[in-house]
Design a protein around this ligand. Structure first.
Ligand SMILES: NC(=O)c1ccc[n+]([C@@H]2O[C@H](COP(=O)([O-])OP(=O)(O)OC[C@H]3O[C@@H](n4cnc5c(N)ncnc54)[C@H](OP(=O)(O)O)[C@@H]3O)[C@@H](O)[C@H]2O)c1
Length: 321
C-alpha cells in the first residue's frame, strides 16, 4: 500500500489507517455492542492487508479501546507491528465510569498521567503519535502542549499532534513546539476544513489524518433508513444530525451517487467515499473505522483506488442540486 510521510515526522504511514473508536465498546459515545474478538480479528486482518497504523484514544470505551489494541498487537513481531497513535484530554473517574461519561482536562499532571496509563494499556514503551483530542478548555492547550513536548523529549511519545484544532490554535502551539499532525473530520458531506484548515496544514508541512471519511458508516451504501431505525439506543449515530431527517434524505441521495460509481467501477461504495477524501492533495491519510475483518477487507482497497475528475464532478452536481 502507498505510504506518505506524516508532517515533520519520520513516520511513513499507509493512506488508510484503522480507527479504533467503535471497538471501545459501551460508553456515552459508544456504537452499540462490540465483541472484543471481532475487534482483534479486524485489527489483525487490516495489518495483514498492509495497514501500518492504528488511531485510538484513551477515552474510547473509557480505556477499553486501548486495551483491545494492546491485546491485538501484543504478539506481533516488532517489524510487523503497526504504529499506534492515541490521544489525551478527555478523562474519567469512578463516578464517570458508572455513567460512562468523560470530562475535559488539559492540565500538565493530568496529561502526564494519561500518557502513562495509555502506555500501560497499549503495552508499549512509546506512543508513536500523541494527540490533544479536543482543544478544551481552550485556555489550557499551551499547558498540555508544553507537557507533551516534554514527554517527547523523554521518549515516552515519539511525535506530537492535535485533533479538532483551528488554525489560530495550531499557530499558538507552534510557538512552543512543532505540530506534526492534525486530525480533523473530513468527508463528502462535511467539507468545512477545505476553507482554511487544509490549506494551512499543507503550507506549513503539518500532516493531516482525516477522520470519519465514510461519515461514520453513512456513506458505505449499507446504512438505510431501516438500519438506522434498528440501531440500538446505545449507538450514538441514532440521534445524530446526519442520520435523522431532513438531513438523512439529502445524504442518502449522495450515497446513491456513490453507489452508482462503485457499481460501475466494481468496488464497494465505502471505497468511493474514502477515495474521495484521499484525492485531496492536502490529505496525508484517512482514518477508517473497522469493527470486523470483513470491513477491513472492503475498505483497505480504497488506498489504491482513484476517482476520476468526472466522477468527482458528478458527485458535486448531486451535492449542489
Ligand atoms: N479525533 C476525533 O475527535 C475523532 C472523531 C471521530 C472519529 N475519529 C477517529 O476516526 C476513526 C474513523 O471515524 P469513524 O469511525 O467515525 O467513521 P468512518 O470510518 O467514516 O466509519 C466507520 C464505521 O463504518 C462502518 N463500516 C466500516 N466499514 C464498513 C463497510 N465496509 N461497509 C459498511 N459499513 C462499514 C462501521 O460501523 P457499523 O458497522 O456499525 O455501521 C464503522 O465503525 C475513528 O475510529 C477514530 O479513530 C476521531
Amino acid at each position: 500500500m502507498e505510504k506518505r510521510k506524516l508532517g515533520n515526522s519520520d513516520l511513513h504511514i499507509t493512506r488508510v489507517g484503522l480507527g479504533a473508536w467503535a471497538i471501545g465498546g459501551a460508553w456515552r459515545w459508544g456504537w452499540g455492542h462490540q465483541e472484543d474478538k471481532d475487534s482483534i480479528a479486524a485489527i489483525r486482518r487490516a495489518v495483514e492487508l498492509g495497514v501500518n497504523w492504528i488511531d485510538t484514544a484513551a477515552v474510547y470505551g473509557l480505556g477499553h479501546s486501548e486495551e483491545v489494541v494492546g491485546a491485538a498487537i501484543k504478539d506481533m513481531p516488532a517489524n510487523d507491528r503497526p504504529y499506534v497513535f492515541t490521544k489525551c484530554g478527555l478523562c474519567w473517574d469512578d463516578r464517570d465510569n458508572e455513567s460512562r461519561e468523560a470530562y475535559s482536562c488539559l492540565k500538565a499532571p493530568s496529561v502526564r498521567k494519561e500518557a502513562e496509563n495509555s502506555l500501560k494499556r497499549l503495552g508499549t514503551d512509546a506512543i508513536d503519535l500523541y494527540q490533544i483530542h479536543w482543544p478544551n478548555p481552550n485556555g489550557d492547550i499551551e499547558e498540555a502542549w508544553t507537557e507533551m513536548a516534554k514527554l517527547k523529549e523523554e521518549g515516552k511519545v515519539r511525535w506530537i499532534g492535535v485533533s479538532n484544532h483551528t488554525v489560530k490554535q495550531m499557530e499558538r502551539l507552534t510557538k512552543i513546539a512543532p505540530v506534526t499532525s492534525l486530525q480533523p473530520p473530513y468527508n463528502f458531506i462535511n467539507r468545512t476544513i477545505e476553507t482554511d484548515i487544509l490549506p494551512y496544514c499543507q503550507k506549513n508541512g503539518i500532516g493531516t489524518i482525516v477522520y470519519s471519511p465514510m461519515a461514520s458508516g453513512l456513506l458505505t451504501g449499507k446504512m438505510t433508513p431501516e438500519r438506522i431505525a434498528s440501531l440500538p439506543d446505545d449507538d450514538w449515530r441514532k440521534q445524530d444530525y446526519n442520520y435523522t431527517e431532513p438531513q438523512l434524505s439529502r445524504n442518502l441521495k449522495i450515497v446513491d451517487a456513490m453507489r452508482s460509481i462503485a457499481e460501475k467501477r466494481g468496488v464497494p461504495a465505502a471505497q468511493v467515499a474514502i477515495a474521495w477524501v484521499l484525492k485531496n492533495p492536502a490529505v496525508t491519510a484517512a482514518i477508517v473505522g473497522m469493527r470486523r475483518p470483513s470491513q477491513a477487507e472492503e475498505t483497505v482497497g480504497a488506498a489504491g483506488f482513484a476517482l476520476s475528475d468526472d466522477e468527482v464532478e458528478s458527485l458535486n452536481q448531486v451535492q449542489n442540486a
